[in-house]
Write a protein that binds this ligand. Structure first.
Ligand code: SAM
Ligand code: SF4
Length: 446
């Protein structure tokens, strides 16, 4: 009997991409995917460990699986991803209903582990951080219905920011071979994918340690020459490795979209140093100036942490001033979360929970105003939209993104999914834009 699998994913785009890779591997081996946990024989939970809250959510979900396992003792339950790597064998001890614990660098062997468990009912953990990332089998039809997807170009991270668990759960930074990446991109385009986002913890350090291999701008150039690839994006970039050559790519390359996610984390030099980020506030502002000079229409988004140990009121105010000075299009902001093994645990000046919340609310309130005023600037402009499918309002509305990655909803009677269309922005909202379809002469066409 064909076995059904279901993957529940918590966390970032890396985790989503890993879940896709596992799904393709299992489909290739004859398993079938199920949308529901209730009829699945194999249940995999792909988890995040970057912040405590994400971890708690995943642990609660794993705990609830015990009841399902009691009802259906033959199912296989596994935890994969960053949390699996962080907790390791302790997960098997704490949750007797788990069969499998797999770190993010061990997922490519998933099918072998599952058949081992099916045959012998053994409990398996595989947590080798030294495993080289490899490519996964493709499964024709897997991407049906999608117009965009992620493509992983590197694994792990060597930066050791003092608050971050990633280097401990994803291992050392390893770049995938350029040929493999380009071949994969060509395959994706052959499957009707129009937009590819290259992902990695720090994509602009791609091959930086190996001078004989193409660096990140070189890789982008190769991908840009794939004729039917309409849009190319990447995330995440680290400010310390953002070169002038990469900034230049935003004007030189046809398909590279004018959006950069450039996490700043703090506006205070004192905190940036304690975070081990490798740049100053001034250097960061200089990068933004160069980016905007090169591409004035560039969308710029960032990440910020509040309540890092030792963050004084004046350090926090530096962060507030920075977001006002730069005017990010959007900001993802987080309360500092203590994670096992990180350097910041040794720092004095722990900030109370309530104070972290106060700072976060204040920062987010300011950013909301900035985001809306940036969106307002687009009212009346004509934007190129890649149509992703029906909008939230159903069949009479389509949704897509601008080149700068902003969501646009607009009324349309025909299905334009996968097409690039011209849309006039008629109203800016907090999290999206409303538009109307126009033709080459800017006449309304729906
Ligand atoms: N590699 C990317 C970079 O350097 O920007 C991002 C990786 S991390 C998974 C995504 C974001 O989570 C970070 O940019 C940071 O803002 C946030 N983050 C990481 N560790 C955190 C922690 N201990 N507490 C709060 N936020 C954290
Ligand atoms: Fe974490 Fe810093 Fe690496 Fe990003 S660059 S994954 S924040 S250690």
């Amino acid at each position: 009997m064909t076995q059904l699998f279901h993957i529940k994913t918590f966390g970032c785009q890396m985790n989503k991409h890993d879940s896709d890779s596992i799904s393709k591997t299992l489909l290739d081996k004859g398993y079938r995917q199920s949308d529901s946990i209730d009829d699945a024989h194999i249940i995999l939970i792909n988890t995040c460990a970057v912040r405590e809250k994400a971890e708690e959510k995943a642990l609660a979900f794993i705990g609830r699986l015990a009841a399902l396992r009691r009802k259906k003792p033959d199912i296989i339950a596994g935890v994969i991803g960053c949390l699996a790597q962080e907790k390791g064998m302790n997960l098997l001890k704490r949750f007797p209903h788990l069969d499998l614990v797999l770190g993010p660098r061990n997922i490519y062997r998933i099918d072998k582990f599952i058949s081992q468990i099916t045959k012998g009912r053994e409990r398996i953990s595989s947590l080798d951080l030294a495993c080289e990332p490899t490519s996964f089998p493709n499964y024709n039809g897997y991407l049906r219905g999608r117009v965009k997807t992620f493509l992983k170009i590197m694994e792990g991270c060597d930066n050791f920011c003092s608050y971050c668990i990633v280097p401990f759960v994803r291992g050392r930074e390893t770049s995938l071979a350029a040929k493999e990446i380009v071949d994969e991109a060509k395959y994706l385009v052959s499957q009707e994918i129009k937009e590819i986002t290259l992902i990695g913890q720090n994509v602009n350090s791609y091959n930086l340690k190996n001078k004989d291999l193409p660096t990140f701008p070189g890789l982008l150039k190769e991908l840009d020459s794939i004729a039917d690839l309409e849009r190319l994006r990447f995330t995440t970039s680290h400010p310390k490795d953002l070169s002038d050559e990469l900034i230049g790519s935003f004007v030189e390359l046809r398909s590279l979209c004018p959006h950069i996610h450039l996490p700043v984390q703090s506006g205070s030099d004192n905190i940036l140093k304690l975070m081990n980020r490798g740049y100053t506030r001034g250097k960061y502002i200089g990068l933004i100036e160069r980016l905007r000079k090169t591409r004035p229409d560039m969308t710029i988004t960032s990440d910020m942490i509040v309540g890092f140990p030792g963050e004084r009121e004046r350090d926090f105010e530096d962060s507030l001033r920075l977001i006002e000075e730069i005017e990010f299009d959007n900001l993802f902001s987080f309360k500092y979360s203590e994670r096992p093994g990180i350097k910041a645990l040794q720092l004095p000046g722990r900030i109370e929970k309530e104070e972290k919340q106060r700072r976060l609310s204040m920062l987010q309130e300011r950013q909301r105003g900035i985001t809306l005023s940036k969106n307002n600037l687009l009212e009346g402009t004509i934007q190129e939209i890649l149509v992703e499918g029906p909008g939230k309002r159903g069949d009479d509305q389509l949704t897509g993104r601008t080149l700068g990655n902003k969501v646009v909803n607009f009324p349309a009677r025909t299905n334009l999914k996968g097409q690039l269309v011209r849309v006039k922005i008629v109203k800016a909202l907090q999290n999206s834009l409303l538009g109307e379809l126009v033709d080459r002469q800017d006449h309304k066409v729906y």
